[in-house]
Design a protein around this ligand. Structure first.
Ligand code: CA
Length: 253
């Protein structure tokens, strides 16, 4: 488990890269994949295979010595761990006033687990399986938020089922994989995801996305919706996300 300890122990507070991330995960393959993926993006990486080791590294046990402990900027925490599980670790850290940002990973993708994770003090939650790019985007966003960047603080990530949209980064993910949309397609999705299940008429979509001075035909909307469906839907002719509401327009979900 020390093979990926990329941050030099001898200089625990030497700050390079984007920030230091502690990955707490007992499954070696996932741990190493996440470690390599984040290291490639410029994060310093520390790893722990169980909750107690992580607790010690974060200064949460009586054995922890603060002097030679590396600063940790972010914890990527699996919930299912041997010994102390992720929820208990998270709760204990917060109880001790350790406010390091925590991104919870879990195979338990249910709403209940997400809510419990966030209630006990995790900052974000990513269900497995996830894509590395989404994990990297979440890590960056959390670090920015905690490093007090006021712009990042305003970012509100929009979610609908397994679609995640980051308005300020102009990125959209489907089941963790980034989807490449044109700027207009992206704006349409941002509009829909801001108010899921609301029906938007073609004229409303034109006003919101193209602006009042748009001179073209509102069939343009249909063309863009078709392009988005081709990128997001499993079967674009029977859309699950972008539904046609006959006589009115379109809605998400
Ligand atoms: Ca696990």
């Amino acid at each position: 488990m020390d093979s990926l300890q990329l941050a030099p122990q001898a200089q625990p507070n030497l700050r390079v890269g984007l920030g230091r991330v502690l990955i707490v995960e007992d499954e070696e393959i996932i741990r190493e994949t996440v470690a390599l993926g984040l290291a490639e993006e410029g994060f310093d990486i520390l790893v722990a295979a169980d909750g107690l080791t992580a607790l010690d590294m974060l200064g949460g046990t009586s054995l922890s010595t603060r002097t030679n402990r590396p600063e940790i900027d972010l914890v990527v925490l699996d919930l299912m761990l041997p010994g102390m599980n992720g929820l208990d670790l998270c709760r204990l850290l917060r109880h001790q006033g350790i406010e390091v940002p925590i991104l919870v990973l879990s195979a338990k993708g249910t709403e209940t687990d997400r809510v419990v994770g966030l209630e006990i003090g995790a900052d974000d939650y990513l269900p497995k399986p996830f894509g590395m790019r989404e994990l990297v985007a979440r890590c960056r966003a959390l670090l920015r938020r905690h490093q007090g960047n006021p712009k990042a603080e305003q970012e509100k990530v929009l979610r609908f089922e397994d679609i995640t949209l980051h308005p300020q980064e102009c990125r959209i993910f489907l089941r963790g994989d980034e989807v490449s949309l044109s700027p207009k397609e992206f704006r349409i999705m941002e509009l829909f995801m801001g108010q899921p299940r609301r029906v938007w008429s073609r004229d409303q979509i034109i006003d919101q996305v193209w602006g009042h001075d748009f001179m073209g035909d509102n069939k343009t909307v249909d063309v863009h919706i078709r392009w988005i469906r081709e990128k997001l839907e499993v079967d674009p002719s029977h859309p699950h996300y972008l539904k046609t509401v006959r006589g009115f327009g379109y809605r998400l979900g």
